[in-house]
Write a protein that binds this ligand. Structure first.
Ligand code: BEZ
Length: 273
């Protein structure tokens, strides 16, 4: 996570702008004319997701880490309350509560609005989508947490001219590290089936020496972990436990490791195979 800093060199002053969550360079020397935007800061994969402490529509002293306990977490960032795409997204998230429970996942929404706004909006969501939002929606009306997370979009302002948050999703492991992030622009609603599928692949690949191929769904074949040699793969999956994909680049070579090897989903019971 990037924290506020400043550096001065002969070309200019470079600093972290906490308001816009950007790294900016102001020119002193005329040779460096442009204002450079480098990154938005905020947590990335394997960083600890910051503990959100404050208010939700349910509690005045919410503590994200306490709420998540030993569960996995999904934190959805929303551009704002009473916006059309977000309304459908929160309904979709609420409809998937049994799927999240099955996977030991707790969900938390987030927007730069207060709890009375969240409560009023939740009524609209119920009417619009048929689903009741029971999970907490974190309140960040002064944008302090959004700034720290680096999720404010300067190109997308609300009616007051303030930047709205981008549509980010963080999937957080039980140890509070970020396992996966996705970020969508305000105009594109997220695919909640994909979010569930992402949890399935994260949980599977954490527990087994496998990776999941494109568009994988539970029960389909998985990839033997790339770092495993063929000997190690045989030890792990058995003599006939995986298939090597015959590839032109490997033809005629005596290799200790073939790079594309498939095996059964290790969570399938023998009767499912
Ligand atoms: C929406 O959720 O529909 C939305 C949010 C911000 C800008 C535009 C659309």
């Amino acid at each position: 996570m990037r924290s506020p800093w400043i550096s001065i060199d002969f070309l200019g002053i470079t600093f972290f702008n906490k308001t816009s969550s950007t790294v900016e360079t102001l020119t002193i020397d005329k040779r460096k004319e442009e204002r450079v935007i480098v990154d938005m800061g905020g947590p990335t994969i394997n960083d600890a997701f910051p503990n959100l402490q404050g208010e939700t529509q349910i509690s005045k002293d919410f503590d994200l880490y306490e709420y998540l306990g030993d569960s996995w977490g999904i934190i959805f960032m929303h551009p704002g309350d009473f916006t059309p795409v977000c309304t459908t997204e929160l309904g979709a998230a609420a409809s998937l509560e049994p799927e999240f429970d099955k996977r030991n996942v707790k969900v938390c929404g987030f927007s730069c609005n207060d709890s009375s706004s969240h409560l009023e909006w939740i009524n609209d969501i119920k009417v619009a989508t048929g689903f009741q939002v029971n999970f907490p929606l974190f309140c960040d009306p002064d944008r302090a947490h959004a700034t720290n997370l680096g999720i404010l979009d300067e190109t997308n302002k609300d009616a007051k001219g303030l930047p709205m948050t981008v549509r980010s999703v963080y999937i957080v492991k039980p140890n509070k590290q970020v396992a996966l992030m996705m970020t969508y622009p305000a105009s594109s609603g997220r695919n909640f089936d994909e979010i569930i599928r992402a949890v399935d692949t994260l949980q599977l690949t954490q527990d087994h020496s496998v990776a999941t191929p494109a568009n994988w769904k539970p029960g389909e074949k998985v990839i033997v972990n790339f770092p495993l040699s063929d000997a190690a793969a045989t030890e792990k999956f058995g003599e006939d436990g995986y298939e090597v994909c015959k590839l032109p680049s490997e033809e005629g070579k005596d290799l200790a490791k073939h790079y594309l090897r498939f095996t059964e989903d290790p969570t399938l019971s023998n009767s499912d195979k």
